[in-house]
Every structure is written in C-alpha cells, then in structure tokens.
Design a protein around this ligand. Structure first.
Ligand code: NAP
Length: 252
C-alpha cells in the first residue's frame, strides 16, 4: 500500500472528487481527515463511515478554507486528534459560470477566495506545523484543465486555477528543500455534483464528450489514484509539477 502509516487531510472531502480521493487514500493505507464547509451534511458522515469500514481512522472537521481562523482551528484539531498530518490535498473548490461583462465583485472574490486563497492558507498553516516538527510531507493541489483551456464564463475560475498551478511551483521551490513536495492535478470533466447540469443535458453532454479522446466523463477515483501517487514516496523525485487528468481533452 502506497500510503501506509500516513495521515491525509482532504479539503472539500465530503463528496465528489474529494470523496474519490478519500476512498483511494484509505485503500492505500492512509487515515483520512475529512474537511468540509458543512460537516452536518449526510454525505460527509457517509465518507467518514466508509473510511472506517476499511479499518482506517477518520473524522470530519468543519472549516471554510478561505477563512484563516477556521483553517487554523481545523489544523489544530486534526493534529491533536491524529498526532500528525503528512499529506494535505487542497481539493475544495467552487465554480460559477458568469459572462465576463456581467461578473460582479462578490462573484470574483468568492471564487478566487475559495479556489486560490484557500489552498494558500491551508498550505501555509500545514507547512508551518510540518516544518516546526521537521517531518517530511506532501501537498497535492486540485486545479482544473481550465488553467489551460478556455471555456466561456470562467474569467474568475480559470485565473484562480492557473494561479493554483503557480502556487504549486512557488511553494514547491520554497518547501521542497525543507522536506515538503508540492504537486498539482488538473482534472478534466469529472462526474460530480459540480458537473451534474452537463451530465443531465442531452444537448451539451454529447458536445463535450466529442472533445474528449476517451469519449466519457472521468470518475472521482481516477483523480484519487493520481493524487495518491503524487502524495506517496513513489513520487519522491516529483515536485512543482502539474498534470492533466482529463481523458485527453486539453490535448485533443
Ligand atoms: P463538488 O462536488 O461541488 O464538491 C466540492 C466539495 O467542496 C463539497 O463538499 C463542498 O461543500 C466543499 N466546499 C466548497 N467550498 C468549500 C469551502 N470554502 N471550504 C471547504 N469546503 C468547501 O465539486 P467537485 O467536482 O468534487 O470538485 C472538487 C475540486 O475539483 C474543485 O476544486 C474543482 O474546482 C475541481 N475540478 C472539478 C472538475 C469536475 O469536472 N468536477 C473539473 C476540474 C476541476 P458544499 O457542497 O457544502 O458546498
């Protein structure tokens, strides 16, 4: 197992891609701290129970990743419950679709706060603790193909995701010498609640699938397997990198 003995904290782990990552990590031997903005949602308890059913430890911690005080409390609680955290997956993210000329300040701010400030805050809080303890660790950021591919109505989301790729490289350059590798997975079109409206559209779905070499949406666990590799010691010489896990969408 790739992640035996490690503790991973996955933001936005209550459903979708976060759940897929949590499942693969637990199967690979990790204990999993599940973060979500609302841990009273039944889906969150569902993930925690699923992980426990595999013989791993798991607990949910509430935090809005864009709020410093909540993030610091979450890491404090996770450390005191699990003793240490070895892997941070910055997965929590939101997407809205708004034409450029109609985009409002608050829409720009909320998307960039959650999708870019959140990973920055979580990474900094995590790294301060890991560096103070002198442990080795790994961060995996969940970006988007939209860092490279233009899809209308995402003039807030796409820059946040491209910023996350730059954050990956820059945090990697400062933290790898201290023992923390940092990499980024850019998912393509993955079947989750974020993409439900496309999956349920008989007009839009075939148009999107035509653009993808594999001709189908990805599954959350297909992001989880790549994230597990990046987080594992098998990727010990890999840092500052970003990869498209998109079934052949960006490069078709
Ligand atoms: P999802 O199904 O909407 O799940 C996202 C999870 O994150 C939800 O549980 C959500 O909680 C939580 N969350 C939202 N804002 C948060 C915050 N401020 N703090 C903590 N948790 C928060 O989305 P997904 O499709 O799994 O997406 C996961 C990541 O992959 C995102 O970063 C997204 O941008 C990226 N991505 C997705 C796709 C795709 O095709 N699905 C493609 C490329 C990239 P609530 O439900 O309570 O809001």
């Amino acid at each position: 197992m790739k992640l035996e003995g490690k503790v991973a904290l996955i933001t936005g782990g209550g459903r979708g891609i976060g759940r897929g990552i949590a499942e693969v990590f637990a199967e690979e031997g990790a204990d999993v701290v599940v973060n979500d903005i609302d841990i009273t949602a039944p889906e969150v308890d569902g993930v925690v129970q699923w992980i426990r059913s595999k013989g791993r430890r798991s607990k949910a911690f509430q935090a809005d990743v864009s709020k410093r005080a909540e993030v610091e409390t979450m890491f404090e609680e996770a450390w005191s419950e699990f003793g240490h955290v070895d892997i941070l997956v910055n997965n929590a993210g939101i997407e809205t679709i708004v034409p450029f000329l109609e985009l409002k300040d608050e829409q720009w701010t909320r998307v960039t706060d959650v999708d870019l400030r959140g990973p920055w805050l979580c990474s900094q809080t995590f790294c301060k603790r890991v560096v103070a303890e002198g442990r080795k660790a790994s961060i995996v950021n969940i970006g988007s193909v939209q860092a490279a591919k233009i899809i209308a109505g995402r003039t807030h989301y796409a820059p946040a995701k491209l910023g996350l790729e730059a954050l990956t490289r820059n945090v990697s350059a400062e933290m790898t010498p201290l023992g923390i590798r940092v990499n980024c997975v850019h998912p393509g079109f993955i079947a989750t609640s974020m993409t439900e409206w496309i999956l349920n559209s008989p007009e839009i779905l075939p148009e999107i699938l035509k653009q993808i070499s594999t001709g189908r949406p990805g599954e959350p666990r297909e992001i989880g397997t790549v994230a597990a590799f990046f987080a594992s010691d098998e990727a010990s010489y890999l840092t500052g990198q970003s990869i498209h896990v998109d079934g052949g969408w960006v490069f078709k």
